[in-house]
Design a protein around this ligand. Structure first.
Ligand code: PTT
Ligand code: SF4
Length: 608
């Protein structure tokens, strides 16, 4: 079999037992890799009802067949587990040399179960695996810890690390690599912390398994060239995702004051244009020729890497009108290993609760010093920070019904940086994303504002399913960065061709769509297995978008229509082959070779 090694590494930290597990070729054909493989492993390995922060949870680090190979923007790795934030399926995606080294280590994935009593890190060098003490790393931030790892093992390794937030089980702690790449929004870093695992360090030196290296070289060369020849290439290199600040404000979707508004009169204080003036460097992921990490000097003169989501959630959403200050908060989040989106949302929620007198503590909108302190306190679970470390869903439950209306999450995961009062398609994308409210599965909003933005049309729902299958299904499983396609228009046809060259098996888009449908239904089955009393309300966006109209900008007065949202949701379920509660139909599970989930699901819901 080419394209995959056919083996994963299983490390149990309770028994300190390490073993290689061979997987059948059929599994790879059915799930491809990355997210698909992770979802299947989690279904098989995590006992139903397991506490995500207990030794029973499993942590998966998975490559796809294209990750870490010499082709555009391939240096990505999936990290996944049962989420301590949502109690459902959770994953994330990091650009890291860990992807490159895993591809050359002889394994497709590393799975960690159990929990160590003392801090450890795992060192994998090809098929030599060691569980090493990490007492001297524990307590260090992710930047210091990576420096210490590099000092010991040299520069030629890939390291995935947690910081104090992961160690202290902050429910939205992430995994960080290369001082500025962060992944695993739904608390994957906290699960790593619960296992007392400070880092996974990989060094791989073997030849990766590629069926047709000459074809891979030819296709990659063409694709790299096509990227640099794109009309948008120069602008992308200058601003990367930061150009979205102006775009979002222009289109009334910039999250402002805890998603109360979609426009902010001070948007220029955090814009991509301003960022360009402050920019001192550019960073990015391995094998990328359109690197988008915009590095600026922050308020205290240290380097910080900016992206749209970070800046919107820690800028407009909490009314902090100063890019250098936002950059400092962002860098602190990377050092602590905490997700900027959930952090910005939790801080915004606390500010609004304080304004409304629902919180004893006073925390004013835009209070930079208080925010800086809160980031550290949240990471160490101190004072008000201990409350914020729980995320907005749990915070709001402690504050009463009024607070639940402005708790901006779906299924417990905080909403990423698009306000949807005027974007029903994007609201549905958040409602039905595989991990809770994240834009990665479907960024339909760009299409939506260009077309009939206020419509709840069936055509929009069809587009949403298509985007989810490509983004959440194909890219997350291959696993490569989707931005060459999204931002500079790399032709999607390259991907089945690259997959064919690497695996030696002919893949079409139809094949990939079937895999994507399988992954969506399996992840849905996982959610249902882990949540008793499942129904369609799990797929609803926050009440704020239905109840509190915008008060500013060209669309003042606008809000979502709950009846029409429900109609869209029903149509979405039909297209996925799910029933009116969003539960996969028996026939869908059988068609997608997911029959093994049927007897399990029947314990929790009535399957139609
Ligand atoms: C991603 C989410 C995003 S999405 C951003 S900015 W974005 C935030 N980045 C954070 C950060 O930085 N530090 C931090 N402490 N927390 C952060 N939380 C937020 O996390 C990221 C890029 C970006 S930048 C995007 S859109 C694309 N996302 C991809 C994806 O999801 N899949 C894929 N196949 N390709 C993608 N390419 C792009 O990657 P999560 P990264 Mg990320 C510092 O992790 O959990 O998926 O959440 O991985 O290496 O930093 O690349 O405007
Ligand atoms: Fe990484 Fe950005 Fe390149 Fe994607 S476009 S691979 S996120 S540097």
């Amino acid at each position: 079999m080419k394209g995959w090694w056919g083996k994963i590494l299983h490390v149990d930290l309770t028994s300190k037992r390490v073993r290689e597990v061979s997987l059948e070729a059929k599994l790879y054909m059915e799930y491809i890799g990355g997210r698909g493989l992770a979802a299947r492993l989690l279904w098989d390995l995590v006992p139903q009802g397991a506490d995500p922060l207990s030794p029973y949870n499993a942590l998966v680090f998975a490559n796809g067949p294209l990750s870490g190979l010499p082709l555009p923007s391939s240096g990505k790795i999936q990290v996944a587990c049962k989420s301590p934030l949502t109690n459902g399926y959770g994953d994330g995606n990091l650009g890291s040399m860990a992807s490159y080294h895993l591809k050359r280590s002889g394994y497709d994935a590393v799975v960690v179960t159990g929990a160590s009593k003392n801090p450890v890190y795992i060192y994998v060098e090809n098929n030599k695996v060691e569980i090493l003490p990490a007492d001297d790393l524990w307590g260090k931030d992710t930047f210091e810890a990576e420096d210490a790892i590099v000092k010991k093992h040299g520069r030629n390794v890939g390291a995935l690390l947690i910081g104090p937030a992961g160690e202290n089980l902050v429910r939205y702690a992430t995994i960080v690599s290369q001082k500025g790449r962060s992944g695993g929004r739904p608390g994957v870093g906290a699960v790593m912390g619960s296992k007392k695992l400070k880092a996974l360090v990989i060094k791989g030196t073997m030849e990766p398994p590629v069926a047709n290296p000459e074809e891979l070289r030819k296709l990659s060369e063409e694709a790299y060239k096509s990227i640099t020849q794109s009309d948008n290439y120069d602008f992308w290199i200058r601003q990367g995702t930061m150009s979205t600040i102006v775009w979002s404000n222009q289109n009334s979707v910039l999250p402002t004051m805890n998603f109360r508004e979609g426009v902010w009169e001070l948007y220029e204080t955090i814009s991509g244009d301003l960022m360009e003036k402050l920019k001192v460097d550019r960073k990015g992921c391995p094998y990328c020729n359109m690197q988008c990490g915009n590095v600026v000097n922050d308020e205290i003169g240290e380097k910080s890497e900016l992206d749209y989501e970070n800046v919107a959630m820690l800028g407009s959403n909490i009314l902090l009108p100063d890019l250098k200050k936002v950059a400092e908060i962002n860098k602190l989040a990377d050092m602590m290993g905490v997700d900027t989106i959930s952090l910005g949302s939790s801080i915004g929620f606390a500010m609004e609760a304080s304004e409304k007198g629902l919180l004893r503590e006073r925390i004013e909108w835009g209070d930079y010093r208080a925010v800086r302190e809160l980031v550290v306190d949240t990471s160490y679970r101190k004072g008000l920070g201990a409350f914020l470390a729980e995320g907005v869903m749990r915070m709001s439950r402690g504050l009463g019904k009024e607070a639940t209306e402005f708790a901006m999450h779906v299924k417990g995961l905080e909403i990423s940086a698009y306000n949807c009062h005027t974007a029903p398609g994007m609201a549905l994308a958040y409602g039905t994303s595989s991990i809770g409210a994240h834009h990665k599965d479907a960024w339909i909003i760009s299409y939506e504002v260009k077309t009939d933005r206020f419509s709840y049309s069936s055509e929009k729902v069809e587009r949403l399913v298509f985007l989810q299958n490509i983004r959440g299904g194909m890219f997350e499983s291959l696993t490569t960065c989707r931005l060459p396609w999204v931002e500079v228009g790399l032709n999607l046809d390259y991907y089945p061709k690259l997959l064919t060259a690497v695996t030696g098996v002919t893949w079409s888009f139809e094949d990939i769509h079937v895999v994507a449908q399988r992954i969506y239904s399996l992840i849905r089955a996982f959610w249902i297995r882990e949540h008793s009393g499942w129904d369609r309300t799990m797929d609803y966006p926050p009440a704020r978008w239905f109840k509190h109209p915008l008060t500013k900008g060209p669309f003042a007065g606008a809000k979502l229509d709950p009846v029409k949202y429900d109609e869209m949701l029903s149509q979405y379920y039909k297209l996925r082959g799910w029933d009116e509660n969003g539960v996969p139909l028996k026939s869908t599970l059988e068609r997608l070779d997911l029959s093994f989930t049927i007897p399990v699901l029947e314990n929790f819901v009535e399957l139609k």
